[in-house]
Structures are given as structure tokens and as C-alpha cells.
Ligand binder design. Structure first.
Ligand SMILES: O=P(O)(O)OC[C@H]1O[C@H](OP(=O)(O)OP(=O)(O)O)[C@H](O)[C@@H]1O
Length: 172
């Protein structure tokens, strides 16, 4: 099997730059700093590249929730870490690497609303364009990919390859 690069680092950086410009405009003039919640582990690299592009006061925390192990989806989301920063009454910006079926983002967004978030905004590096629509749409999408397992730039292939400097697929 070969590995094909869908997006290289300059393409990813340019796409993150575009969503950062939009987010900077939309978050301009907020009365209180929003909470950026990074969905671990996959969003680690995206958050690292995105945060320095944001020009408004913000706090960062993370959640660790997972449903894919060995590349296979589990129906249940496993919560490994809940955020410790206060959520009630705040604008929350969820950052994730990939929107696939949308189960993870939908559940984490609901969690924030149940904790009393004033508003929940969602941002993903990559939306996978499947035939079935995801359970939730993201407010900000940097890139789109066709259906198929992708990895690199934070996304794993059987827990490996998160460090690859681009977004890749296996091709026959
Ligand atoms: O839209 P969905 O179908 O719910 O899939 C998207 C989620 O799957 C991946 O996480 P994963 O469970 O693999 O954990 P990881 O972030 O530790 O890789 C990814 O980081 C998203 O959070």
C-alpha cells in the first residue's frame, strides 16, 4: 500500500490562517475571554498551529474523549479527562482535528451546554465529506477530505503517524 499526501504543511497552515481570520473577526470585542477547549489527542497539533494565529484574549483547556481505537469507531465516547476550567456562562470554542461521523463533537458540545456554556462554537481542521451528514456541523472548517481513513498532523493510524507533517491516506 502507498501513502498519498492530501494536504502538505503549507496548505494546512494557509487553511488554518483562513479560519483564524474569520474567528478573530467573530470573537472581536467579546466582553470576557472565551475558553478554547482542545479535544485530545488528535487536536493537539491543530491547536498548536491555530492558537498563535488568534489575536483575542482567551483561556485554553482540554478534554480527552475518544471513540476510535485501532482505527475502528466505538459507538460510545469514552471520557478520559474533563476540563477543569469553568464553563458556565462562557463562550466556549471547541477545537478538534477531524469531523467524521460528528459523534465526538456533538457529545462534547452537549457536555459544554449542560455545564452552562453561554455559547459553543466549533472549529475543525478537517471535515470528512461522507455520504451521510455528520451528527453536527462545525462552525469553522479549515479543510475538506473525501471519505476514507486519514492520518497525520495529529490524527493517528493505529496510534502512530500523528507526527506526520501533512494529512495522508493509504492508497492501493
Ligand atoms: O466525528 P467522529 O466520528 O466522532 O470522529 C472524530 C473524532 O475521532 C478522533 O478521535 P479519537 O476517538 O480517534 O481519539 P484521538 O483524538 O485520541 O485520536 C478525532 O480526534 C475526533 O475527536
Amino acid at each position: 500500500m502507498r501513502t498519498t499526501c492530501l494536504f502538505d504543511l503549507p496548505a494546512i497552515d494557509a487553511a488554518l490562517g483562513r479560519v483564524a481570520v474569520a474567528l478573530n473577526q467573530d470573537m472581536h470585542g467579546l466582553s470576557a475571554p472565551p475558553l478554547v477547549l482542545v479535544v485530545m489527542k488528535g487536536a493537539l497539533v491543530t491547536a498548536g498551529a491555530l492558537l498563535p494565529k488568534l489575536n483575542f484574549a482567551l483561556e485554553v483547556d482540554y478534554v480527552h474523549a475518544t471513540r476510535y481505537q485501532h482505527n475502528n469507531a466505538q459507538s460510545e465516547l469514552m471520557w478520559l479527562h474533563e476540563p477543569t476550567a469553568p464553563i458556565a456562562g462562557r463562550q466556549v470554542i471547541l477545537v478538534d482535528d477531524i469531523l467524521d461521523e460528528g459523534i465526538t463533537l456533538a457529545e462534547v458540545a452537549n457536555y459544554c451546554r449542560n455545564k452552562g456554556a453561554a455559547a459553543v462554537t466549533t472549529l475543525v481542521l478537517l471535515r470528512k465529506d461522507r455520504s451521510e451528514p455528520p451528527r453536527i456541523e462545525a462552525d469553522y472548517v479549515a479543510l475538506h477530505a473525501p471519505d476514507g481513513y486519514v492520518f497525520g498532523y495529529g490524527m493517528d493510524d493505529n496510534e502512530l503517524s500523528r507526527n506526520l507533517p501533512g494529512i495522508y491516506v493509504h492508497t492501493p
